[in-house]
Design a protein. Structure first.
Length: 112
């Protein structure tokens, strides 16, 4: 488990090629909270709603649930009003890493 430090994640995955890096919930939440609070990102008064939609994605218990939550987020007025993506549709924020690292996938693994 790691915070969202791309260099650290790459190093871990290169060193332990059979491993999978999960993002720490605390650091994911911290990143999202800081991002929506930053005035330049234009979230403004929609901060709580945007955080709730991001959390719904992260707290999905299945890929189907994740896809529904993601569709709800990307179809929302808030998504369209805020600069989440550049002209090519690429997320401009580092707070949205690969879904496999964000979604609650620990339940797929038996931890003894």
């Amino acid at each position: 488990m790691a915070d969202f430090c791309e260099r650290e994640i790459v190093t871990i995955e290169e060193t332990f090629s059979e491993s999978f890096v999960f993002l720490c919930d605390f650091h994911r939440e911290q990143s999202w909270t800081r991002w929506v609070s930053k005035t330049d990102n234009g979230v403004g008064e929609s901060k709580d709603k945007v955080l709730a939609m991001l959390r719904r994605c992260a707290n999905s218990c299945s890929e189907d649930q994740f896809e529904v939550a993601l569709e709800s987020l990307t179809n929302s007025v808030e998504w369209k009003a805020v600069l989440f993506c550049d002209d090519q549709g690429i997320l401009v924020t580092t707070c949205w890493p690969q879904k496999e690292s964000v979604v609650l996938t620990l339940q797929q693994y038996q931890i003894s």
